[in-house]
Design a protein around this ligand. Structure first.
Ligand SMILES: Nc1ncnc2c1ncn2[C@@H]1O[C@H](COP(=O)(O)OP(=O)(O)OP(=O)(O)O)[C@@H](O)[C@H]1O
Ligand SMILES: [Mg+2]
Length: 150
């Protein structure tokens, strides 16, 4: 099963993120892919905002993993672009069961170490303000999540 939705501006992307946050569960893993500037970090900001995280979310350019603890649940925001596919020794897997929400930008570059059960969202640039989100759940929990949210 695959869902496709169009977000007509960045606020609609944030709204989609908020809708997923409202159905959150511990150890939820969300994998984001799509070209530079397609909206992965905007989506992450939507999740963070809904969690009540006060710090501003920045792209973790120099740190691969950023941890935000001021919200309802910890948020682990990763951008694995710079790893160039080599995640050895980074310890990404340790975050899959820490009880928070894990968001991984450029997840497909480390597909060998992604958890079997996860939500995948691919961002496609339609034009300046529009993005197509192709959303794919892996595992029953994530299928139910999509049914609840979409
Ligand atoms: N519908 C939309 N949804 C999300 N972002 C949008 C949308 N329309 C325009 N934008 C703009 O596109 C940009 C998306 O930037 P963002 O940092 O989220 O991209 P990214 O996918 O995280 O890129 P990177 O791979 O560099 O981390 C922002 O400047 C945002 O304002
Ligand atoms: Mg980003």
């Amino acid at each position: 099963m695959e869902y496709k939705i169009i977000c007509n501006d960045e606020y609609e992307t944030i709204e989609v993120a908020q809708n997923f946050e409202s159905e959150k569960f511990e150890n939820m893993v969300i994998c984001l892919d799509g070209e530079l500037g397609s909206g992965k970090t905007v989506f992450t900001k939507g999740i963070a905002q809904a969690l009540g995280i006060e710090e501003s979310i920045t792209s973790p350019t120099f740190t691969i993993i950023k941890e935000y603890d001021s919200g309802e649940m910890p948020l682990y925001h990763m951008d694995v672009y710079r790893l160039d596919g080599n995640a050895d020794g980074v310890g990404i897997e340790e975050y899959y069961n820490k009880g928070g929400i894990v968001i991984i930008e450029w997840a497909k570059t480390i597909k060998d170490i992604l958890p079997e059960e996860r939500l995948e969202i691919k961002f496609k640039v339609v034009d300046e303000n529009r993005r197509m989100l192709v959303i794919k759940p892996y595992g029953q929990k994530y299928e139910e999540l999509c049914e609840a949210v979409l």
